[in-house]
Unconditional design. Structure first.
Length: 113
């Protein structure tokens, strides 16, 4: 059974930083392409960042230069370092295994102005 468990969300002031982590189980993590998505109130889910099994990354234009996605295959974890946070980054953030099409339960990030 594939399971993704996110942690690290919270409330932060604009300009601050948060680090989200996602622990995966039930998959061959090193072979999986992983992503972070987010969904803000009243909006559709959007892709934030992806990291492929080989380590290649890509980012949404809105977060490029501020967010960094990384993975630790030995620990089966994927992380999202978020710097220079803005109120518009407020959303529920989801960890996703793109190959297994499995989503975590989500973690709330709130950025106050």
């Amino acid at each position: 059974q594939v399971q993704l468990v996110e942690s690290g969300g919270g409330l932060v002031q604009a300009g601050g930083s948060l680090r989200l982590s996602c622990a995966a189980s039930g998959i061959i993590f090193s072979a999986n392409n992983m992503a972070w998505y987010r969904q803000a109130p009243g909006k559709q889910r959007e892709l934030v960042a992806r990291i492929f099994s080989g380590g290649t990354t890509n980012y949404a234009n809105s977060v490029r230069g501020r967010f960094t996605i990384s993975r630790d295959n030995a620990k089966s974890t994927v992380s999202l370092q978020m710097n220079s946070l803005k109120p518009e980054d407020t959303a529920v953030y989801y960890c996703v295994s793109l190959d297994a099409n499995v989503w975590g339960q989500g973690t709330q990030v709130a950025v106050s102005s």
